[in-house]
Design a protein around this ligand. Structure first.
Ligand code: 1PR
Length: 525
């Protein structure tokens, strides 16, 4: 029996699924005594150090946790569950951590690299551990964080990872182990670590293939646009420039859970679900989507993002659901990140009008509780040609793709409701403002390229990438493996998202990754 500490933020479902997949049963902590009586404790966490410690204190979990750690019982901390072991964090000055390890948690200083550090990076292993039994050492693991631990006693350092600086990505002290990356989101290698922890392996295992310098891989993400078809069945669909109907009927490209599982097995680094008609309905009335997530997270051990309908709304009975309520329901169902589309545009319009943050928007509220890394902004822009750079009050770029009347300038108009309504905000301003409001990543679609197979809009991607310091996922237009290579060569995008090329089985994900081999990596030093 593995006891899992769920303090109420983030996605513990994947951790539970990973443990159950390894054949163990799980007991969730609901009162302090459960920590005291645990035999093996897993503490997964995402979000903000301050709000985590606040919840641990209010639930009276701090003293039992400190006792547990002192009594030499097996412990696996994940992400914030590692940071919690330290005394303090720069993320929440004045808030005490558990203080089991002397040291502090610091913000990543990464120069020109993006923060949060999101994606698959390697580990350099500093001492033998049963946790790594069966691994080669050159595996990559999924990281998503802006802070790292800095222990005073370097003997506790189990692994380090490079990202701007060389930081401690794992610690081990007796039976206490904790890692910054997410084993439950790191495919087969991560599941192996969880199995080793459950098996209580104590052999001094030292993988031989560890890199001298670890590198972050650029990600390949499979996207599943989901909606109800005309028979009210939830299907994966795909549009051409956002039009998902062919011959009058919604294109049906398969069943969401099966397709997601198949993309995971083919090597997708992440899976994104976009509920493309959620702007019409009551998002939480859309229970099938929650069920899709729950079922997918049972078999898919890479990060899952869900978008569509993340906003405040009133249900049919008149009850108000905040955007935070909607997001919480998705996180509980297995999502690691939520993606906000239409609401982000309206929020930015309001911000540009008033010039100050209200603290009440979905972006601010969700990032405050779940951390900025959990909030993706999905932008649906459309190219608008203009005659000169100063003819509109928007971010205009010089373009190499001439407009219908020979224009050499364009801006990218943001849209809402799945491209149905254009708004007076440009994609560059939207991305920059959302970052300021707390978003952690940009998913940059492009209506002009969507479903065309003509390649990514490199001009759009470079313009947005140049305006933000958070990671950018480039989307829309992938038609062949060369398009991914071209994207990574010419823009700073950290990830590429594609749909049609995979759904139509033109090129499997595995072939795209093989074409890009050795994986396109970001220099981390
Ligand atoms: O506005 O917060 O409810 O979110 C709705 C979400 O649904 C947004 O993220 C929006 O992008 C998405 N969406 C809405 N309508 C459509 C549509 O297609 N009619 N899909 C839609 C967006 C774009 C990508 C697509 C890539 C890659 N689809 O998801 O997968 O363009 O396609 P490709 O590789 O085939 O070119 P809210």
């Amino acid at each position: 029996m593995i006891t899992v500490l769920d303090y109420g933020a983030g996605n513990v479902r994947s951790v539970i699924n990973a443990i159950e997949r390894a054949g163990e049963s799980v007991h969730i902590v609901t009162k302090p005594e459960h920590i005291s009586s645990a035999e093996k404790l897993v503490f997964p966490g995402v979000g903000n150090f301050g709000s985590m410690m606040h919840i641990l204190n209010s639930k009276q979990y701090v003293a039992p946790l400190q006792d547990y750690l002192r009594t030499d019982r097996p412990f696996l901390g994940i992400c914030l569950g590692l940071q919690a072991l330290f005394e303090t964090s720069e993320e929440a000055p004045g808030v005490n951590g558990l203080g089991f390890i002397t040291g502090t948690v610091r913000r990543l200083q990464v120069g020109a690299l993006s923060v949060p550090h999101i994606g698959w990076n390697g580990i350099s292993i500093h001492k033998p551990s049963g946790l790594f039994s069966g691994l080669d050492g050159d595996e990559k693991f999924y990281f998503v964080h802006s802070y790292y631990v800095d222990p005073v006693d370097t003997d506790t350092v189990l692994t380090t990872t490079d990202y701007g600086e060389c930081f401690t990505s794992g610690i081990q002290q007796g039976t206490i182990t904790a890692v910054q990356f997410h084993p439950e989101k790191s495919g087969a290698a991560g599941l192996r670590i969880i199995e080793n922890f459950i098996a209580g392996r104590t052999d001094a295992y030292m993988p031989q293939g560890c890199p001298q310098e670890t590198r972050l891989a650029r990600r390949i993400i499979a996207c599943l646009d989901v909606r109800a078809d005309d028979q009210d069945r939830l299907v994966v669909t795909k549009g051409d420039q956002y039009d998902v109907r062919a011959g009058g009927a919604v294109r049906d490209l398969g069943e969401p859970v099966d397709l997601a599982r198949s993309y995971y097995e083919q090597g997708a680094d992440e899976i994104t679900f976009l509920n493309i008609t959620a702007f019409r309905n009551c998002p939480l009335g859309d229970m099938p989507m929650l069920e899709v997530l729950k079922q997918t997270s049972r078999h898919v051990f890479v990060p899952l993002t869900i978008g569509g309908g993340i906003r405040e709304y009133r249900d049919e009975s008149g009850r108000l659901h905040t955007a935070l309520d909607v997001a919480a329901e998705y996180f509980r169902s297995g999502a690691d990140k939520i993606s906000i589309g239409s609401d982000a545009v309206l929020i930015v319009e309001e911000f540009l009008k008033t010039g100050h943050k209200q603290g009440t928007s979905s972006i601010e509220q969700i990032s405050k509780v779940y951390g900025s890394q959990a909030v993706v902004i999905s932008i649906d822009p459309r190219r608008v040609y203009v005659d000169s750079p100063d003819s509109v009050p928007h971010h205009v770029i010089s373009t190499g793709i001439e407009g219908p009347h020979g224009q050499r300038w364009c801006w990218y108009e943001c849209t809402i409701k799945g491209g149905r309504e254009g708004r007076p905000v440009d994609a560059v301003t939207l991305a920059r403002t959302c970052q300021e409001l707390g978003a952690g990543e940009i998913l940059l679609n492009c209506i002009d390229r969507d479903g065309t197979g003509d390649g990514f809009d490199l001009e759009l991607i470079s313009a947005v990438k140049g305006a933000v310091s958070i990671p950018v996922i480039a989307s829309s237009g992938a038609g062949c493996p060369e398009h991914f290579a071209e994207l990574f060569e010419h823009t700073g995008a950290e990830a590429a998202l594609a749909a049609g090329i995979f759904h139509r089985r033109e090129v499997p994900i595995g072939s795209v990754k093989k074409y890009l081999e050795p994986r396109v990596e970001i220099r981390t030093r």
